[in-house]
Design a protein around this ligand. Structure first.
Ligand code: NAP
Ligand code: ZN
Length: 354
């Protein structure tokens, strides 16, 4: 550990669960032989960043630098790097390390390896202390965890694919969503709007459940065939028991039994939204119809690359609202009011300029 050199980087961090994010200096390792250094151009703002900054999941270590939807340019490479050269565009999502040798890693599921190192909130393997995310000028990661990003799409609109994209693509692929299926997406935020785009691209009949009637026209534009305002019991009743698959992207407490009741016999509801508190499940919601309730976390590196390539081929990217770094606390407040269309992305040049 001791021979590793470090350098200082400008970032935005939370110093505890209640104060706003503010400018700070963090330390990163100098690239080792398998590392790439990426100058961050854009970083998406995921609701996980809020849960983490506010310690809603209970494992945050401070100072906390969120951000795991990173697109940037390679500025330095280690001696043994083969995947990238200086000047390439690259992406980094929610993972920056892992042993790459356990059965999960070998199966392409690095996200489920007990050795997985998260982009933020894990332990930095070379210099200790917490890993720091993308609300910063640059990042250093093992080349395996850097992705090639499509060059035919706006790099800012590609950034959210690194988390919101793969988190919705992976379960839709796993559960083989496709033509002839009725698929629900609950919550039209960052994840939800990508879920709609992918489910539509895979050929399903797509229905959005939203608590925001004002998002109805957008949901249809994004690819939904139908929109259900979930606060209207009549609209909900009309679709009960009819869905093959539902992807729940909600960040807050909600009645999961209502959505399980929307599933057809043998239907599956996959939870990707990660609210702070447990979601109580009535067993009757499951046994009446042999339904299943499952979860999914991001996706492996191979599948993330597949998703990015798919997006390049099909012209799929996120609908974004660009912000400056110093607008991050305002962006969090708006996300908590479900007021985001449909992903905030930070123009990281604004941090350099500070
Ligand atoms: P987001 O952009 O804030 O969207 C969340 C959406 O949920 C809102 O836009 C809203 O949609 C709906 N919603 C919010 N509060 C609600 C409530 N009280 N009742 C019902 N619906 C409500 O968040 P995001 O970035 O998409 O993230 C969503 C969740 O996924 C977060 O918990 C995040 O931590 C988690 N996540 C998980 C993974 C994973 O690997 N599993 C990866 C990334 C993120 P409407 O206005 O349409 O109702
Ligand atoms: Zn995320």
């Amino acid at each position: 550990m001791s021979q590793i050199q470090c350098y200082s980087v400008k970032a935005y961090s939370a110093s505890n669960a209640t104060t706003p994010l503010a400018p700070a200096a963090i330390t990163r390792r100098e690239p080792t032989e398998l590392d790439v250094q990426i100058e961050i151009l854009y970083c998406g703002v995921c609701h996980s960043d809020i849960h983490f900054a506010r310690n809603e999941w209970g494992f945050t270590r401070y100072p906390a630098v969120p951000g795991h939807e990173i697109v940037g340019r390679i500025t330095r490479i280690g001696a043994k790097v083969t995947k990238f050269k200086v000047g390439d565009l690259a992406g980094v999502g929610c993972m920056v390390g892992g042993d790459l040798s356990c059965p999960h890693c070998r199966a392409g599921n690095e996200q489920y390896s007990p050795t997985m190192i998260g982009t933020y909130g894990s332990t930095e393997p070379f210099i200790g202390g917490p890993t720091f995310g993308g609300y910063s000028e640059n990042i250093v990661v093992n080349e395996h965890f850097a992705l090639r990003v499509p060059t035919n799409l706006s790099p800012a609109a590609v950034a959210p694919l690194l988390c919101a994209g793969i988190t919705t693509y992976s379960p839709l692929r796993h559960w083989k969503v496709g033509p002839g299926q009725k698929v629900g997406v609950v919550g039209l935020g960052g994840l939800g709007h990508m879920g709609v785009k992918f489910a539509r691209a895979f050929g399903a009949h797509v229905v959005v459940f939203t608590t925001s009637p004002s998002k109805k026209a957008d949901a249809l534009r994004l690819g939904a065939h139908e929109v259900i305002v979930s606060t209207d019991p009549e609209q909900m009743k009309a679709h009960a028991g009819t869905f093959h698959f539902i992807l729940d992207c909600v960040s807050a407490q909600h009645d999961i039994n209502t959505y399980l009741g929307m599933l057809a016999v043998d239907g599956n509801l996959t939870q990707v939204g990660a609210p702070e508190k447990p979601l109580p499940v009535s067993v009757f919601s499951l046994i009446m119809g042999r339904r299943s309730f499952s979860g999914s976390m991001i996706g492996g590196i191979r599948e993330t690359q597949e998703m990015l390539d798919f997006c390049g081929e099909h012209g799929i990217a996120s609908d974004i609202e660009m912000i400056r770094m110093d607008q991050i606390n305002e962006a969090y407040a708006r996300m908590l009011k479900s007021d985001v269309k449909y992903r905030f992305v930070i123009d990281m040049a604004s941090l350099k300029a500070e």
